[in-house]
Design a protein around this ligand. Structure first.
Ligand SMILES: C[S@@+](CC[C@H](N)C(=O)[O-])C[C@H]1O[C@@H](n2cnc3c(N)ncnc32)[C@H](O)[C@@H]1O
Length: 249
């Protein structure tokens, strides 16, 4: 069963984000709808590492409200397909960006074998217990030697009491699961820290709009406490955000 905190974070907040963007304007959509990456430098690293090309079919697994896939479509001319299990997040992505969304779990991707040119999976593996199941499915739908771009919250040591629904892998667990599911890890780097003010300002305006409307909503309280716990683990040096480029073996 999905933890209530995850539903609050990924479903309720996604619906509120779409509503806030409609109020504030389209220029807010991509920064507000990038939940895992929240950094154009991280997205650019992944896009270049995966050699995204115009017309490529990009499958974004756990796409959330669609910011990263929309960014890739605008900047690199790819054709995204979004896969997202939370219905309101998928609806937010369709509403904000008009992108095709499949409402499904990454452990059972309803697409044909070898039908996808490149896949992203950003901020997702750390919320999934059975990481191998998701990676095996991505491997199945990717074409031969296709690229996979990952953003993963990695634990420097096992985290005894993680925020609800999170399962942070250690570096060696992550490397092992990629290897066992048929991926070669080509390159890895820590997520670049710098994010331009124009991007953080737009994201912050959306957050302020949501806070003003929903601060007393139980889902808002849950989502905020998850964010606070996560932030503390980063500040304490327990977690880092890693970008990875892997290739189907
Ligand atoms: C931190 S958010 C990242 C969203 C988006 N990738 C981004 O970078 O903005 C994690 C997403 O993973 C999705 N997710 C969780 N478990 C999943 C699963 N088993 N299969 C696919 N997606 C999943 C959540 O619903 C959520 O939208």
């Amino acid at each position: 069963m999905t933890a209530p905190a995850m539903v609050a974070e990924f479903d309720d907040v996604a619906a509120w984000t779409a509503e806030a963007v409609e109020h504030l304007g389209d220029q807010h959509a991509i920064p507000a709808a990038c939940r895992g990456s929240s950094s154009p430098a991280a997205l650019a690293w992944l896009a270049e590492a995966c050699e995204l090309s115009p017309g490529d079919q990009l499958l974004d697994v756990g796409a959330g409200s669609g910011g990263p896939a929309a960014w890739a479509a605008r900047r690199f001319g790819v054709r995204p397909i979004l896969l997202e299990p939370m219905p309101s997040a998928g609806r937010a992505a369709a509403r904000l960006f008009g992108l095709p969304v499949v409402t499904a779990d990454g452990r059972h991707i309803p697409l044909r074998d070898a039908s996808i040119d490149v896949a992203w999976c950003l901020g997702v593996l750390c919320t999934v217990d059975d990481k191998a199941a998701v990676l095996r499915e991505i491997h199945r739908v990717l074409g031969p030697h296709a690229s996979l771009g990952l953003l993963v919250v990695v634990a420097n040591r096992p985290v005894p009491d993680p925020p609800d629904g999170n399962h942070f892998p250690t570096q060696s667990e992550l490397a092992d699961v990629l290897d066992h599911t048929g991926f070669d890890l080509i390159e890895q780097t820590e997520r670049p820290a710098a994010v331009p003010l124009s991007w953080t300002r737009r994201a912050a305006e959306v957050t302020a709009h949501i806070t003003a409307r929903y601060r007393t909503h139980p889902a808002y309280t849950l989502a905020t406490s998850q964010d606070t716990r996560l932030g503390r683990l980063f500040t304490d040096g327990e977690l880092t955000l890693q970008l990875l480029h892997a290739v189907k073996r």
